[in-house]
Design a protein around this ligand. Structure first.
Ligand code: CP
Ligand code: NVA
Length: 328
């Protein structure tokens, strides 16, 4: 398998075998890290991380993964580059492509990350856009495989805002890797029809199934994984909180909902999560709407079934694999 020179912009661009290769490579790099075996395979190369939205996991995963591989790293936040304000995306990409061997971008439209890839001439990695979050899915799949021993044939349920970047990417990732995907959400929060059609074509080849339901019993019953995400994503206006809470309140992942799933079911979340009032937004929502926990209760978040921090750790091992595979 040779992914050298490839971009990592969305999972739709990768075959099931290529995703399999990236997961196996992630597991191998994780074993090396755990055993203290040096893997500074990319010494002498440099990468730049462009963030137009905030981040903890993705930024740290890229930085630590890069340092472990021997790469030099520059971090640019929206306040510290000319991009967008004084210099176009195309010009910025051409400049960065002359200096760096790879570029990570987190920001708004998918078109921007696709444009950076077109103009820079070096591998570009999507660290989250409004439409997709493909590196998150690699971490989720690696975690599922570690915990449940396989991917193919498992039932995966996404609860909540099923048309956000994480849900879109999970739908494609599940279809590619043979997991049965259910979106459990009000119908206006299902993924876009066009993306569902793409996923259906993939599922027809891999043998996985896709289901869209607003019924919680149907969505949660007999599932192996319950996944959720925040109800309002970065870049959405604060004014949507009220309608989103009203629409998604009954999709909150709580003890009763987990009880409908298989007893062995995992609870997963890309994080960050509003499971208590220990954040400024969490406290504000609790005060305004009387809701101290949102997409998941603290009880489920802290339960034995919750593998959220394993998934967070796996961001680093999987992102490292993406960088290594595309730059080696
Ligand atoms: N899951 C995730 O992408 O986290 P960050 O926003 O902290 O990068
Ligand atoms: N859907 C969330 C994911 C954060 C990692 C957002 O875009 O804010």
């Amino acid at each position: 398998m040779n992914l050298r020179g490839r971009n990592f912009l969305k999972l739709l661009d990768f075959t099931s075998d290529e995703i399999r290769y990236l997961l196996d490579l992630s597991a191998e790099l994780k074993r090396m890290k755990m055993a203290g075996v040096s893997h500074r395979y990319l010494t002498g190369k440099n990468i730049v991380l462009l963030f137009e939205k905030t981040s903890t996991r993705t930024r740290c995963a890229f930085e630590v993964g890069a340092m472990d591989l021997g790469l030099g790293v520059t971090f640019l936040d929206p306040g510290s580059s000319q991009m967008g304000k004084k210099e176009s995306i195309a010009d910025t990409a051409r400049v960065l492509g002359r200096m760096y061997d790879g570029i990570e971008y987190r920001g708004f439209s998918q078109k921007i990350v696709e444009d950076i890839a077109r103009y820079s001439g070096v591998p570009v990695w999507n660290g989250l856009t409004d439409d997709f979050h493909p590196t998150q899915v690699l971490a989720a799949l690696l975690t599922i495989e570690e915990k449940l021993g396989r991917l193919r044939g498992l039932n995966f349920t996404f609860m909540g805002d099923a048309r956000n970047n994480v849900a879109n990417s999970m739908m494609i990732g599940c279809a590619k890797m043979g997991l049965n995907f259910t979106a459990c959400a009000p119908s206006h929060l299902y993924p876009k029809a066009e993306l569902i059609r793409e996923a259906e074509k993939i599922a027809a080849k891999t043998g996985s199934t896709l289901r869209f339901t607003s019924d919680i019993d149907e969505g949660a019953s007999d599932t192996d994984i319950i996944y959720t995400d925040i109800w309002v994503s970065m870049g959405e206006p604060d004014s949507v909180w009220e309608e989103r809470i009203a629409a998604l309140k009954k999709y909150q992942v709580n003890k009763d909902l987990m009880a409908k799933a298989k007893p062995t079911a995992l609870f997963m979340h890309c994080l960050p999560s509003f499971h208590d009032t220990n954040t400024s937004i969490g406290a504000e929502i609790a005060k305004k709407f009387g809701l101290p926990e949102m997409e998941v209760t603290d009880e489920v978040f802290e339960s034995e079934q919750s593998v959220v921090f394993d998934e967070a750790e796996n961001r680093m091992h999987t992102i490292k694999a993406v960088m290594y595979a595309t730059l080696k």
